[in-house]
Design a protein around this ligand. Structure first.
Ligand code: TRP
Ligand code: SF4
Length: 325
C-alpha cells in the first residue's frame, strides 16, 4: 500500500468547494492507501501567529467536518500536526540543507506576502512554510500528496529537498508525487471562486434555511430579467450548481432556461432542494458527533498517537543517516 499524506490549515469551517474538491480525494484515497490526514495548525500559525486562539477552535471543527463527510478513523490516521513533534525535528534538519533562495523564489510565497500585506509576514516561519510542509510529508515517507494548484510549488520544493537529502546521506526518502484535486467548476454564490474571504461560500454546517437564503442570492444571467426572457445558463451560478447537484435534470434546466420556459426564482428553489439533499446526511452525522464530545477527543488522541509512532520510526532512521544521537 502506498502512503498518502495531506493537510489542511484550520482557518475556518469547510464549504462545498472543499467538499467537491479536496475532501473527495481524502474519502476516495482512504480505502486504497495508508492514509494520513492532518490538521496543519502550525501552518495556520505562520500567518495567524497574532491570534492563536482561533486555531484551537478551528482544529476541533475541522475534525467534525471531516468525520461528517465520511472520513473514517478506522481507515485513515487523522491527527494534529502540533501533537507530533517529529515534524518540527525534521523541519529543523531539512532547513540545514535548504538554500534560502529556493524559498525566496517560491511564487506562492511572493503572492501570499502581497495578498496578506496587512500582516507582518517577514518572518522566518513564513519563509520556511514549504520546509515544514516537506517535513509533514517526508516524516511518513509519503509517496502521494493530494493538493490544490496553489500548493504545487511547495511540492516541487519538497522533491528538491528529497533529492538533496538522498544525495548527501543516502537514498531514503521517496519523491512525493502530487495528485491535483480536480475541482469541478463550483463557484461561490457571486460567481467568484468559493472562499471564506469572499463571503460567498455555502458551508457544510449551513442549515436548510441558510442554504435556501444563499441560493436565492446566487448571481444569475444578467440578460434574463423577466421570467420569460431567454437566458444563458453558461453565465449563471445557479446552473453551475445544477450541473453538480442536479446532474440528471441539468439538460432540461438549460433547455428551459434558454427557451424562456423557466424562471430564475423557481430555478433557485430547485437547486436549493438539491444542495440540501446533498448536505442532509452530513448534517445528520454531525448532529450525532456533537452528542458525544468525548468521542472526538478520544479519536484525536488515538490518531495523534498513531501518527507519532509512524513519524518516530522515520526519525530513528534519519538521525542515524545524519550521524545524530
Ligand atoms: N499548505 C497546505 C495548504 O495550505 C496545507 C498543508 C500543510 C499540507 N502541510 C501539508 C498539504 C502537507 C499537503 C501536505 O493547503
Ligand atoms: Fe440561471 Fe436558472 Fe435563471 Fe437560467 S433560469 S438564468 S439557469 S437561474
Amino acid at each position: 500500500m502506498k502512503t498518502v499524506l495531506s493537510g489542511m490549515r484550520p482557518t475556518g469551517k469547510l464549504h462545498l468547494g472543499h467538499l467537491e474538491g479536496v475532501l473527495k480525494s481524502y474519502i476516495d484515497m482512504q480505502d486504497t492507501y495508508r492514509a494520513f490526514y492532518m490538521v496543519a495548525d502550525w501552518h495556520a500559525l505562520t500567518t495567524n501567529y497574532e491570534s492563536p486562539e482561533m486555531t484551537g477552535d478551528n482544529t476541533l471543527e475541522m475534525f467534525k467536518d471531516w468525520l461528517s463527510v465520511g472520513i473514517s478513523p478506522d481507515k485513515a490516521v487523522m491527527f494534529v500536526q502540533s501533537a507530533v513533534s517529529e515534524h518540527a525535528e525534521l523541519f529543523l534538519l531539512l532547513s540545514m540543507l535548504t538554500p534560502v533562495p529556493w524559498l525566496e523564489r517560491n511564487p506562492t510565497y511572493k503572492e501570499q506576502r502581497q495578498e496578506l500585506s496587512g500582516k507582518d509576514l517577514s518572518t522566518f516561519g513564513f519563509l520556511g512554510y514549504p520546509v515544514l510542509m516537506a517535513a509533514d510529508i517526508l516524516v511518513y515517507r509519503a509517496e502521494v500528496v493530494p493538493i490544490g494548484e496553489d500548493q504545487r510549488p511547495h511540492l516541487e520544493l519538497a522533491r528538491e529537498m528529497v533529492r538533496r537529502f538522498n544525495n548527501l546521506y543516502g537514498n531514503f526518502f521517496p519523491e512525493p508525487q502530487e495528485i491535483l484535486t480536480k475541482y469541478p467548476k463550483l463557484p461561490g454564490i457571486d460567481g467568484r471562486k468559493m472562499s471564506k474571504s469572499y463571503n460567498n461560500a455555502i458551508y457544510l454546517t449551513d442549515d436548510e434555511k441558510t442554504v435556501n437564503d444563499k441560493a436565492s442570492k446566487m448571481f444569475t444571467d444578467p440578460a434574463k430579467i423577466r421570467k420569460n426572457d431567454p437566458g444563458h445558463p453558461e453565465n449563471c451560478v445557479v446552473c453551475a450548481f445544477h450541473r453538480i447537484y442536479n446532474a440528471a435534470a441539468c439538460e432540461t434546466v438549460e433547455a428551459e432556461c434558454k427557451s424562456g420556459a423557466r424562471g430564475c426564482v423557481d430555478c433557485k428553489k430547485q437547486v436549493a432542494v438539491k444542495i440540501n439533499e446533498r448536505l442532509a446526511p452530513i448534517r445528520l452525522k454531525r448532529a450525532e458527533i456533537d452528542k458525544d464530545p468525548g468521542m472526538i477527543t478520544g479519536l484525536i488522541a488515538s490518531g495523534n498517537a498513531k501518527a507519532k509512532a509512524a513519524a518516530g520510526e522515520t526519525m530513528k532512521n534519519v538521525r542515524k543517516l545524519m550521524k545524530l544521537a
